[in-house]
Design a protein around this ligand. Structure first.
Ligand code: CMP
Length: 432
């Protein structure tokens, strides 16, 4: 049996799909315009029939997914195929054109209609499209837009062919006739309807009315869907813009001073640039614990690499810490910690820099960069904050709560020792 993962089979499926699309365009066109089957067209027709027949055989020999289960045995595959797609696949492989060479005219016409059976294979295309839609690597909105345009084009083609079949463009021949009919189909489908091509008899009038009704429905669909499809091509951007609009409306409504408004906006600009506006912790929150840790490890890997305290730490320590770190952003000039306050968290700087300053902010004792941490003294010594901390620029920091820190330090005494040593050194520097 041919495996579902077989690369050659996948290429073969793509080839069959391409032939299906070509047939869906060519078969109706030939049926209504009656051009002779010769030269390259004859070769194409042979190719389609032979390929479709080989495909029928291959389908008996390939693994299938039936109701979500992979079916591998020949017996079950054959039974499933015979009950399902076999008839359509087989009939679409029969070269009715070649078979009806010189038979009775009436029978010939009827049999030629059987060519249209090839169109049935397009149902396979719809199946393939929904499979592609499940593939996360492709932007689903762009894919929907592409399918939409594809089906629209296909429908316009078929409707144009229908118009020719009803004798819609009597003064034109060949390709000119086709282009006129296609033009009529597109103007009717899009409800533009210039009225330069009009129905001449009752069948044409009924057909035109049908197309107009379908066109009106489709026009509604286009207006309703394409605008939202386009707006959602970049989902993250769409969400973020919506949030920004709400914030802007609020700032205006509450008459927030202009400079404060500017700060709020530049904060959102930073959020967009640094993380596309996502609140990482709320995204991670919905995941099961094991995945949550894996994702946190990945998201917080820069902080793990940057903080010297974590460098020599065991995997277990890092796993314990990463999943409980919480991300925050501070804007330039923000006081992250105020001297004398009671603190419940310590901070790790992932990006940006902060200043250790006096209570009024005038005296700067030290500057801390990416990879440093602060706020540990209040937690270790159980005392108020020894200094204030002010952000120098946009800062991405991660916080660790007191409870978690105490728990983790009990488990890892060497790290606790390192923290204590630096805290003592900092206190000494402050006193100096
Ligand atoms: P905490 O006292 O909790 O809050 C203020 C923080 O500033 C303090 O913890 C230290 O992490 C940090 N800090 C204090 N003094 C210094 C210093 N001299 N150098 C670097 N950081 C300091």
């Amino acid at each position: 049996m041919i495996s579902l993962e077989n690369k050659i089979k996948k290429i073969w499926d793509a080839y069959i799909l391409a032939l299906t699309i070509v047939s869906a365009i060519e078969v109706p066109a030939r049926l209504v315009m009656n051009y002779p089957l010769s030269g390259a067209l004859l070769i194409l027709d042979y190719m389609v029939s032979v390929s479709f027949l080989i495909d029928v055989v291959l389908n008996f020999l390939s693994e299938h997914i039936i109701k979500g289960k992979i079916v591998r045995s020949f017996g079950s595959v054959s039974r499933g195929y015979l009950k399902g797609w076999f008839l359509i696949d087989f009939l679409s492989a029969v070269p009715f054109d070649l078979l009806t060479g010189g038979s009775f005219v009436a029978l010939n016409r009827l049999l030629r209609l059987f060519r249209l059976l090839r169109l049935l294979r397009l149902a396979r295309l719809a199946q393939f499209m929904s499979k592609l839609g499940a593939n996360q690597a492709i932007n689903p909105v762009l894919l929907r837009l592409f399918f939409f345009i594809f089906w629209l084009g296909m429908m316009a083609h078929w409707m144009g062919c229908g118009w020719i079949a009803l004798g819609g463009c009597p003064n034109h021949e060949g390709i000119h006739q086709y282009v006129r009919a296609l033009y009529w189909a597109v103007t009717s489908l899009t409800t533009v309807g210039y009225g330069d091509i009009t129905p001449a008899d009752t069948p044409q009038t009924i057909y035109a009315m049908l197309i107009e009704i379908i066109g009106a429905g489709m026009y509604g669909y286009v207006i309703g869907n394409v605008a939202s499809l386009l707006a959602n091509i970049d989902v993250a951007k769409a969400h973020f813009s919506e949030k920004l609009e709400q914030v802007n409306a609020f700032l205006k409504y509450r008459e927030i001073p202009a400079d404060l408004q500017t700060r709020v906006r530049s904060y959102y600009d930073y959020l967009w640039e640094s993380r596309l506006g996502y609140d990482e912790s709320s995204v991670v929150e919905d995941l099961p614990p094991s995945l949550k840790i894996e994702i946190s490890m990945h998201l917080n890997r820069d902080i793990i690499e940057k903080v010297p305290l974590f460098k020599g730490a065991t995997d277990e320590f890092i796993r314990d810490i990463v999943s409980v770190l919480k991300a925050h952003v501070f804007t330039p000039g923000d006081f992250i910690v105020r001297k004398g306050e009671l603190g419940d968290e310590m901070y790790f700087i992932s990006r940006g820099s902060v200043e250790v300053v006096s209570e009024n902010g005038e005296q700067v004792f030290a500057t801390l960069q990416d990879g440093s941490y602060f706020g540990e003294i209040a937690l270790i010594n159980r005392e108020p904050r020894t200094a204030s901390i002010r952000a120098r620029n946009y800062c991405d920091v991660y916080t660790l709560s007191r409870d978690v820190l105490e728990h983790v330090l009990q488990k890892f005494p060497e790290i606790a020792e390192q923290l204590r040593t630096l805290a003592e050194q900092r206190i000494r520097e402050l006193q100096q």
